[in-house]
Structure formats: structure tokens, C-alpha cells
Design a protein around this ligand. Structure first.
Ligand code: PLP
Length: 441
């Protein structure tokens, strides 16, 4: 028996992800309930959610329609095999996703997370070219500071040093574009920064170096989140699209955080009016409630596989839980909640207020940059000399004590509240953060 624990509710067994485990377990921060814009802590406090969980609860918490859909589906059809069998709910959700996707995106391949969506898209890109008779196109291009989840493909094309350096040699045949964070030129950007579109031209250099006939795909986050919010300079994504098209390279937008309304449009592809060949999604697809991801593709990508004898499997890829009935039901209820409450439009409408509130922090202590887009905001702090990340982590802990949830990466505070946030709640979030910064060492 392994139940001889030192204390009830012992915290030892759970090895927490992306967490300072020893620090946490000495002084745990526990949420025990949530409703709309707030979490309830184990000591009975209401904490305002400034991050939509992990950029995923775009409709707010414990929304009745989603809860009911999950309960009903669990009682009706709990699971159906996803290989060679189907159930109507997954087909219906795919149609509903395509209804809000950019024109030209026509197919949905289900996964269970952002990381799995990325792996799926990268594999699809290589297999697509092979199906089209261009098997030499196997190289994948990512970007410095990019975050594409934590699996081997994702960390290979990703560019966050700590997510890569501990894990061996990663995938071969990968190269990286430069990131677009140019603080000296773009500090205090409101929306798209002015400078940096030329950084897309680096793809021409990689094409010249490797040969276009070796490159399968370029993957970028339209707006990078996990690295600390990096916004695409004006004209940058358009130029990346033009160069990829010119050389027959697929363009993948990783929309795991930008999908489902974060910028005030269903997807970043619509917000920037740039159509990629594939989009990776997860998080807001089910409001974060049940794990589910999806890769969205054009007909061109999909149709390349629809060849050969009809009894043959066209793509040797998929997950036991692809299109799981309960996740699919949660997805439909989530999309209905977004639509019925006009949450994407609401995000667009409140974004200017959010922008002005955020930029009021410009003169706060230690702040060296503020930038924003849609309902995303970043406040970059001057790091403590020799102790990177410590200042922002202290801000996070102090903010939690003052009943607001923010997120930090490096010395950057990132915020991405549920799309239902009110003006008064924006004032509370930013006002409390201003207090925290005023007292921060
Ligand atoms: C752009 C992007 N891609 C992929 C992921 C990974 O998603 P998941 O944690 O669901 O695997 C994330 C998560 O934050 C993300 O921001």
C-alpha cells in the first residue's frame, strides 16, 4: 500500500508542470472554485482572472451552457472510437468551426492540446509535400522565441531557450527566423508595431541557404504569447505569406492563443487578413474546460491526401481521443456561448479601453515597456541585475495576495482576461497591478 502519507492532502506526489515545485509546496496557491471572471481560493478569497486561466477560458468560468452540454453528453455517449468509426457531435463541431474560420479553411483534424495540434500540423506539412511528389521538402522553419508547445516537433521549431536546452538534439532539419521584438524601435506600441516587417525577408536568406525544394513549412504565432507577448510588425505577416507562397512553402499559423476571439475576431488570420495553409488551435475551442485541439486546413492540404484506393487509410496519424464526444459537445456549447453573448465583438469593442488602461502603467516603477493587441497586454519590467525573472515572479506573488491573477514569463507580465471582462474589472486589474508595481523591489 502506498497510502502511508505524512499528512492528508499531501502535495508530494503531484509533480507540477512549469512550476517551481519546491516553492509552491511550501506555500501553495489553490483554487477551489470559479465563476465568470473570478476564482475562489482555498482561503476563501475571490481572485480576478487576468489571464483566462492559461489563455483558454475566453468565455469566463463555469458557464452554464458548457457545463450542461458536458453533463448531458457524458450520460448519453461517453466515448466512441475515433478510428474507422464516428459520432455526429464531432462532425457537427467541425462544421461549426469552419463556419467561423477564414474563407479558404475547410477541414478540421482533432487533437487534444496545442502541443498535439502543432505536431499534427508539422507532420501534415511534410506528408503533404510527399503526397504532391515533392518528398525532398522536409525542413521546418520556426522562429526565435516562438512557443509551439512542449513536444519534440514543437520545441524544435520553437525558440524559447529553456524549453529546448535540456532535451537533447531535438528534430534535425529545422531552422529559425529571427524574432520580431525590437524594443528600441517599438517601445510602448499600441497595436501593431511600426518597425520590423523586413525581418520576414530573412526567410529569403534561409531559402537561399537550404534551397526552397527542401523546405516544407514555416510556423509562427501571429501574436506570440508565451514568450512574453511579441506583436507582429505592420506588414510582417503579409510578407511572410508572400515569400512562402512564392517558394511553395506551407505557412502554419499557431493560433492556440489567438484563436477564438482573443483579438476581437474569431482568428488572427481574419484580424490580419492573412490566410495561412494551416492553423493550429486548442484552448478556447472548449473554453479550456476539456482538453481538445484542432488543426484547420485548406482544401488544398486536405485534398492532397485523398488519393489512392478508397479502402485505404489516407493519413497514418490520429489520437485515441481525437473528436472525443464530451470534448466535442463542450466545443459546440463553447462556440454557441461565444456567439450568443457576442463575445468576439465584445472583445473588439472593449480593446481600446483595455489599451488605455494598460498604457497608464507606463510610468510605474520598473516598467520598461507596455504593449497590447486585442485583449492581450504585456508589461515588461527591468530585471534585477543578475537575477532575471525574480522581479516579475515577486510581482505575480504580490498580485495574487491582492486578489488578481496575472502571468509572468521572464520579466514580462502578460495578461489575457476572459472576453467578458467589464470596464470596472479592467480598472480593478490594472489599478491593483499599479499598486503592486509601486511597492515592488
Ligand atoms: C502558441 C501556442 N502553441 C502551442 C501551445 C501549447 O498548448 P498546450 O499547452 O495545450 O499543449 C501554447 C500554449 O500556451 C501556445 O501558446
Amino acid at each position: 500500500m502506498a497510502l502511508d502519507r505524512k499528512a492528508p492532502n499531501d502535495l508530494n506526489a503531484f509533480w507540477m508542470p512549469f512550476t517551481a515545485n519546491r516553492q509552491f509546496k511550501k506555500n501553495p496557491r489553490m483554487f477551489v472554485a470559479a465563476k465568470d471572471m473570478h476564482y475562489t481560493t482555498s482561503d476563501g478569497r475571490q481572485v480576478l482572472d487576468g489571464t483566462a486561466g492559461l489563455w483558454c477560458c475566453n468565455a469566463g468560468h463555469c458557464r452554464p451552457k458548457i457545463t450542461e452540454a458536458i453533463q448531458k453528453q457524458a450520460a448519453e455517449l461517453d466515448y466512441a472510437p475515433a478510428f474507422q468509426m464516428g459520432h455526429p457531435v464531432a462532425f457537427e463541431l467541425a462544421n461549426r468551426i469552419i463556419d467561423i474560420a477564414p474563407k479558404g479553411i475547410e477541414h478540421v483534424f482533432y487533437t487534444n492540446s496545442g502541443s498535439e495540434s502543432v505536431e499534427t500540423a508539422l507532420k501534415l506539412a511534410i506528408a503533404y509535400h510527399r503526397a504532391k511528389g515533392q518528398a525532398s521538402r522536409t525542413r521546418l522553419i520556426g522562429r526565435e522565441r516562438g512557443y509551439h508547445g512542449v513536444n519534440f516537433g514543437g520545441i524544435s521549431v520553437g525558440g524559447i531557450v529553456n524549453n529546448r536546452r535540456h532535451f537533447g538534439s531535438l528534430l534535425s532539419g529545422v531552422d529559425h527566423l529571427p524574432h520580431t521584438h525590437l524594443p528600441d524601435q517599438n517601445r510602448w506600441s499600441k497595436g501593431q508595431p511600426e518597425h520590423g516587417a523586413n525581418l520576414a525577408d530573412d526567410l529569403e536568406r534561409l531559402v537561399a541557404l537550404h534551397g526552397a525544394e527542401t523546405i516544407a513549412a514555416v510556423i509562427v504565432e501571429p501574436v506570440a504569447g508565451s514568450t512574453g507577448v511579441i506583436l507582429p510588425p505592420k506588414g510582417y505577416l503579409e510578407r511572410l505569406r508572400a515569400i512562402t507562397k512564392k517558394h511553395g512553402i506551407l505557412l502554419i499559423f499557431d493560433e492556440v492563443i489567438t484563436g477564438f476571439g482573443r483579438l476581437g475576431a474569431p482568428f488572427a488570420a481574419q484580424y490580419f487578413d492573412v490566410l495561412p495553409d494551416m492553423m493550429t488551435t486548442a484552448k478556447g475551442l472548449t473554453n479550456g474546460v476539456i482538453p481538445m485541439g484542432a488543426v484547420l486546413t485548406t482544401a488544398d492540404v486536405h485534398d492532397a491526401f485523398m488519393d489512392g484506393p478508397e479502402h485505404m487509410i489516407e493519413l497514418f496519424h490520429g489520437y485515441t481521443y481525437s473528436g472525443n464526444p464530451i470534448a466535442s459537445a463542450a466545443g459546440i456549447a463553447t462556440l454557441e456561448t461565444y456567439r450568443e453573448e457576442g463575445l468576439f465583438e465584445r472583445a473588439a469593442e472593449i480593446a481600446p479601453y483595455w489599451q488605455e488602461a494598460l498604457h497608464s502603467l507606463r510610468d510605474s516603477r520598473h516598467v520598461i515597456d507596455v504593449r497590447n493587441m486585442g485583449l492581450i497586454g504585456a508589461v515588461e519590467l527591468d530585471p534585477i541585475a543578475g537575477e532575471p525573472t525574480k522581479r516579475a515572479f515577486s510581482a505575480f506573488l504580490a498580485a495574487y495576495d491582492k486578489n488578481i491573477l496575472i502571468r509572468t514569463t521572464g520579466d514580462i507580465i502578460a495578461m489575457s482576461p476572459p472576453l467578458m471582462i467589464s470596464r470596472a474589472q479592467i480598472d480593478t486589474l490594472i489599478g491593483t497591478l499599479a499598486d503592486v508595481l509601486a511597492k515592488l523591489e
